[in-house]
Ligand binder design. Structure first.
Ligand code: 26M
Length: 820
C-alpha cells in the first residue's frame, strides 16, 4: 500500500540532536534545563527506539513478502545486559549519537552507565541465548526469541560481613524505553481443570480441557539490531495479566474487592527469575512459568503461520523451534494439544509435524540439574498434557519394543515416566523423543551425552545426536568491551573480521611483530587501569595495574572449583610469608551463588575472609591482592574480561558442558589455565598447546579415580605444602570470627569433595608456576596472547548459528539492509 510507505528518520547528528531534545520534552516530560542524567538517558533511548522499530518494520515486511522459513528460539532466560550502546553500535549510529549528545552538553559515558542490565538469566545458558539472537539478526536469519518478561531479574549481590546477601533486581522501576507493549497480542493460558473425552463417530476420541484457571500472556517486544544496519529481529517476552473475568466466582458472591485483589496472584507467574543454574527446583510456580511462556509462544507461532495463509500441516516446513534446555520442553505436549484439540489434526500427522518442528539443546550432564516433575503435580496443573505425554510414551515404547524385543530394563530406562523415584516425568526424555535433533554444546559434552545421559536413546536414534559448539558474539565481547584491542587489530588488518571472524586469522603474523606486541601490552595496561578504578569504587581495594591479572569469573559452584583457585592464593600467601620471590598478581573472583546453595555461599564467605587477611598483611608488600568483585553481571564482565591476563577454567573434567567465558577471555588475549573440560579442549586445539596451560585429570581419569575411592585427604601425604595450606584453613588462620566455616570447608575438602580439588592440586599448582614463568618473559607472553586472539575465529557465535541453521533448522539467511 503506497500510503503506508515509510519515510525513515534521519540519522545525522543534527537530526539526532533534534530527536533527543524532542524526546526529552515530549516523552520524558522534562525541561532540558532541569533534566537529570537519567532523563537524558531516557531521552536518547526514546530517540533511538523510534529508529530501531522503523527498521524492525522493514525487516518484518521483507520476511512476510519472501515466504521465509522462521526460527523460534524458546528460552526461559535471556542475559542481555545494557541495550543502549549495543543497539547504537549495531545500528551503526554510535559515534554520530555521541556527537549529538556532546552538542547538547551531555556525556555519553556518564549516562550510558545509568542503564540497568537486563539480567533475565542466570549465567551461560541465558547469555548464549542473547548472543544467538544478536547473531541471527546480524546474519539475517529470520529469528524470533521467546521468553518471560520477569518483573525481577537475577538478584543483585551485595557482600555484607563477607557474605552474599541477595537484593531484588527491580530493573523496570524507571520504565523501559526498549520495550513495546503489545496489549493486542494477548493469549489465554489455562491451568488445572479436567479433561472431558468425546467419542467421535469415526472412532477417534477428541478431548476438551475444561474449567480450571486462565491467565493472560501479554506480549512485550524488544527489537534486536544486527550489526552494521542489518536486520532487526524481535525478542518477544510474555508478562502475566489477570483475565478480565478473573473475578466471576467472587463477583457472583458480591465480593468485588476480593475479586480485584486476587488478580495479583495470577500475575505472580512472571514476577521473578529463579536464580538457580545447576539444580532443578520442583516448585509448582516454576512449572507454571514454563508452561505459561511456552503456551503463549506456540499460540503466537501458529497464529502467525495461519495469518500468512500457510496450511497448518506445513507448520514444520515454515518454522523451526529450538528448545533451550528442557525448561521449555512441555512445548512438545502443548504443540500436540494445539494441533489435536484446537486444529483437529489426527494424532499421527500431528506427531510428525511436532517432531519435525522441534529440536533440543542440552546444557548439562549434572544429575541434579535434570528436570523431572512428579506425575501427580503435572496431572493436577496440566491434566491434558499428562494424557498426551502418556500416549507419546506408549507409542514410543511400542516402537522400541518392536525393534528391541524383550529388553525390559531398556524400556524402563527409556520411558518418559521414571517409576523409581515416585513416578516422575523426565523432561529430557520428552524433549529427545519430541525432537528431530538433540545437540550438546561442545565436542566432549556431546560425546559424553551419547555415552552417558542419552546412551539408550543413542542406540535407538544415533543420527539424532549432533554437536554444536558454543560461541560468543565478537560485537559485544570484542568491539564493545575492548575498543583498544579492536583498534589495534583494525590498524593491522582489514575490518571484515567483524562480520566474519575467520578473517581474524590475518592478524596472526602480527603476534611476532615487536611493535604489535608492545601496543598490545599498552592496551592491556589501559584496560587494567579501567578495571582497577572500578574495583576500587566497588570494594575499596587498591590494586596495581602493572601485575598479572588472574581471573575466575562465573557462577559459584563446587564443580567449577573456586576452592582450587583459593588454595593457590593461600599457597602464594604462604610462600611470600616464607620469604620466597613470587610473581606479583591480582587474583579476582566474581560470581553469584544460588540463594539456596549453602556451600556455594560459604565458598564466597571464605574467599572474602582469605582476601581480607591477604590484602591487609604488610608482608605481602603489594605482591598479592585478592578481590571478590561483587554483583558480577554482563556490564561488569565487559570491564573485567579485557583486563585479564590469565583465565581460570578449572572445572573438574566432564562437568562443564562448554563454558563461554573461556572463549570471551581468550578472544581478549588472556591465556587459559584449564582442565580438559568442555570447550577448553577445542580452545587448546585452536590456539596450540604451547599457548594454553592444561593440567589435571581428564574426564576418563576422573571416572577411574572415582572408582578407586581414594579418600581426598590422602593427597596431602605427598605434598607437605598442601598439608600446611589446608591445615591453616582448618585452624581458622584466615577466619574472621567464622572459624567454624573454615573448619567445615577444610573438612569438606579432606573427606567429601566429589570434585577432586585436592587430587588435582599438585598439577594445578605446577601449571600456575608455568604460567608465572612465561609471564616473566613479556615478549613470549604477549606473543602467546596475540596468538590466542588471532586463533579464536572458531568461537564466533556466527559460526555456531550457521551450524544450527544448516544442520538443525534448515533455514537460510535473508539479509535486509534497511534505509538510513
Ligand atoms: C532449572 C530448573 C529450575 C530453576 C533453574 C534451572 C536452571 C536454570 C539455568 C538450570 C540450569 C541453568 O543453566 C545452566 C547453564 O547455564 N548451563 C551452562 O550453559 C552454557 C551454555 O551452553 C555452557 O557454556 C555451560 O558450560 C553450562 O554450565
Amino acid at each position: 500500500n503506497p500510503r503506508h510507505r515509510l519515510s525513515p528518520l534521519t540519522c545525522d547528528a543534527p537530526g539526532l540532536r533534534q530527536s533527543i531534545r524532542d524526546a526529552l520534552v515530549r516523552v520524558v516530560g522534562k525541561d532540558p534545563d532541569l533534566a537529570t542524567p537519567r532523563d537524558w538517558l531516557h531521552a536518547v533511548s526514546f530517540a533511538i527506539r523510534e529508529r530501531i522499530i522503523e527498521r524492525r518494520v522493514v525487516t518484518r515486511r521483507q520476511f512476510a513478502d519472501e515466504d521465509v522459513k522462521r526460527v523460534y528460539y524458546l528460552s526461559m532466560e535471556y542475559l542481555i545486559g545494557r541495550m543502549l550502546e549495543a543497539n547504537l553500535r549495531n545500528m551503526g549510529i554510535l559515534e554520530v549519537t555521541q556527537q549529538a549528545l556532546q552538542d547538547l552538553g551531555v556525556d555519553f559515558r556518564e549516562i550510558a552507565r545509568l542503564e540497568e542490565d537486563a539480567a533475565l538469566g542466570n549465567g551461560g545458558l541465558g547469555r548464549l541465548a542473547a548472543c544467538i539472537l544478536e547473531s541471527m539478526a546480524t546474519q539475517g536469519y529470520p529469528g524470533y526469541g521467546y521468553g518471560i518478561r520477569y518483573e525481577y531479574g537475577m538478584f543483585q549481590q551485595h557482600i555484607e560481613h563477607f557474605r552474599q546477601v541477595e537484593h531484588p533486581d527491580n530493573w523496570l522501576r524507571f520504565g523501559n524505553p526498549w520495550e513495546f507493549p503489545r496489549p493486542e497480542k494477548t493469549f489465554p493460558v489455562r491451568f488445572y481443570g479436567y479433561v472431558v473425552e468425546h467419542h467421535q463417530p469415526d472412532g477417534e476420541t477428541s478431548c476438551n480441557w475444561e474449567n480450571g484457571e486462565e491467565v493472560l500472556a501479554m506480549a512485550y517486544d524488544y527489537p534486536t539490531a544486527g550489526y552494521e544496519r542489518r536486520n532487526v529481529n524481535n525478542l518477544r517476552l510474555w508478562a502475566a495479566k489477570a483475565t478480565r473475568d478473573f473475578d466471576l466466582r467472587y463477583f457472583n458472591e458480591g465480593d468485588y474487592i476480593r475479586a480485584v485483589a486476587d488478580k495479583n496472584e495470577s500475575e505472580t507467574i512472571s514476577m521473578v527469575l529463579y536464580p538457580n543454574d545447576a539444580t532443578a527446583i520442583g516448585k509448582e510456580l516454576r512449572l507454571k512459568q514454563e508452561y505459561f511462556f511456552v503456551s503463549a509462544s506456540l499460540q503466537d507461532i501458529i497464529d502467525r503461520h495461519l495469518q500468512l495463509e500457510y496450511p497448518i500441516d506445513e507448520l514444520a516446513d515454515k518454522a523451526a523451534i529450538q528448545l533451550n534446555d528442557t525448561h521449555p520442553a512441555i512445548a512438545v505436549a502443548e504443540c500436540m494439544r494445539l494441533l489435536l484439540d484446537e486444529h483437529r489434526i489426527p494424532w499421527d500427522q500431528a506427531w510428525t509435524i511436532t517432531r519435525n518442528l522441534f529440536s533440543y539443546t542440552n546444557h548439562t550432564l549434572m544429575p541434579e540439574a535434570l528436570e523431572t516433575w512428579p506425575v501427580a503435580l503435572m496431572e493436577r496443573v496440566l491434566p491434558r498434557h499428562m494424557g498426551i505425554i502418556y500416549r507419546i510414551n506408549h507409542e514410543f515404547i511400542e516402537e522400541v519394543r518392536h525393534r528391541f524385543p524383550g529388553e525390559h530394563e531398556f524400556f524402563r530406562r527409556l520411558s518418559i515416566i521414571d517409576e523409581d523415584h515416585g513416578r516422575r516425568v523426565r523432561m529430557a526424555h520428552l524433549a529427545v523423543i519430541g525432537s528431530h535433533r538433540v545437540n550438546g554444546v561442545a565436542a566432549l559434552h556431546t560425546s559424553l551425552l551419547k555415552q552417558t545421559l542419552f546412551a539408550d536413546f543413542n542406540r535407538v536414534w544415533p543420527e539424532r545426536f549432533v554437536n554444536v559448539t558454543n560461541g560468543v558474539t565478537p560485537r559485544l565481547w570484542m568491539i564493545q568491551a575492548n575498543p583498544g584491542l579492536t583498534e589495534l587489530i583494525e590498524s593491522r588488518i582489514s575490518s571484515d573480521w567483524k562480520f566474519d571472524l575467520d578473517r581474524l586469522k590475518q592478524f596472526e603474523p602480527y603476534a611476532s611483530d615487536d611493535a604489535t606486541r608492545e601496543a598490545f601490552r599498552a592496551v592491556k595496561r589501559r584496560n587494567k587501569e579501567r578495571l582497577a578504578a572500578l574495583v576500587h569504587k566497588r570494594t575499596g581495594i587498591t590494586i596495581r595495574s602493572d601485575v598479572m591479572y588472574d581471573v575466575q569469573i562465573k557462577r559459584i559452584h563446587e564443580y567449577k572449583r573456586q576452592l582450587l583457585k583459593l588454595l593457590h592464593v593461600i599457597e602464594l600467601y604462604q610462600r611470600i610469608r616464607d620469604g620466597e620471590d613470587v610473581l606479583p598478581r591480582v587474583v579476582l573472583f566474581a560470581g553469584k551463588a544460588a540463594p539456596g546453595y549453602q556451600r556455594a555461599k560459604d565458598i564466597i564467605a571464605v574467599i572474602n575472609e582469605v582476601a581480607d587477611i591477604v590484602n591487609h598483611d604488610p608482608a605481602m608488600g603489594d605482591r598479592l591482592k585478592c578481590v571478590f568483585f561483587p554483583n558480577y553481571e554482563v556490564s561488569s564482565a565487559t570491564i573485567i574480561i579485557p583486563a585479564a591476563d590469565l583465565s581460570e577454567q578449572i572445572s573438574t573434567a566432564g562437568f562443564e558442558a562448554s563454558g563461554t567465558g573461556n572463549m570471551k577471555l581468550a578472544l581478549n588475549g588472556a591465556l587459559t589455565i584449564g582442565t580438559l573440560d568442555g570447550a577448553n579442549i577445542e580452545i587448546r586445539d585452536a590456539v596450540g598447546t604451547e599457548n594454553i596451560f592444561i593440567f589435571g585429570m581428564t574426564a576418563d581419569e576422573i571416572s577411574a579415580h572415582r572408582a578407586q575411592g581414594i579418600p581426598p585427604g590422602a593427597h596431602l601425604d605427598s605434598h607437605p605444602r598442601l598439608r600446611s595450606m589446608v591445615e591453616a584453613l582448618r585452624d581458622g588462620f584466615f577466619s574472621n570470627g567464622g572459624r567454624h566455616l573454615h573448619a567445615e570447608i577444610a573438612r569438606y575438602l579432606l573427606e567429601e569433595d566429589p570434585f577432586f580439588v585436592l587430587a588435582d592440586y599438585a598439577a594445578y599448582s605446577d601449571a600456575c608456576a608455568q604460567a608465572d614463568r612465561m609471564y616473566q618473559d613479556a615478549e613470549a607472553w604477549s606473543e602467546a596472547a596475540l596468538l590466542n586472539v588471532a586463533r579464536m575465529s572458531h568461537f564466533s557465535i556466527d559460526r555456531t548459528v550457521r551450524e544450527y541453521a544448516q544442520n538443525i533448522w534448515n533455514v537460510v539467511p535473508e539479509p535486509v539492509l534497511p534505509p538510513c
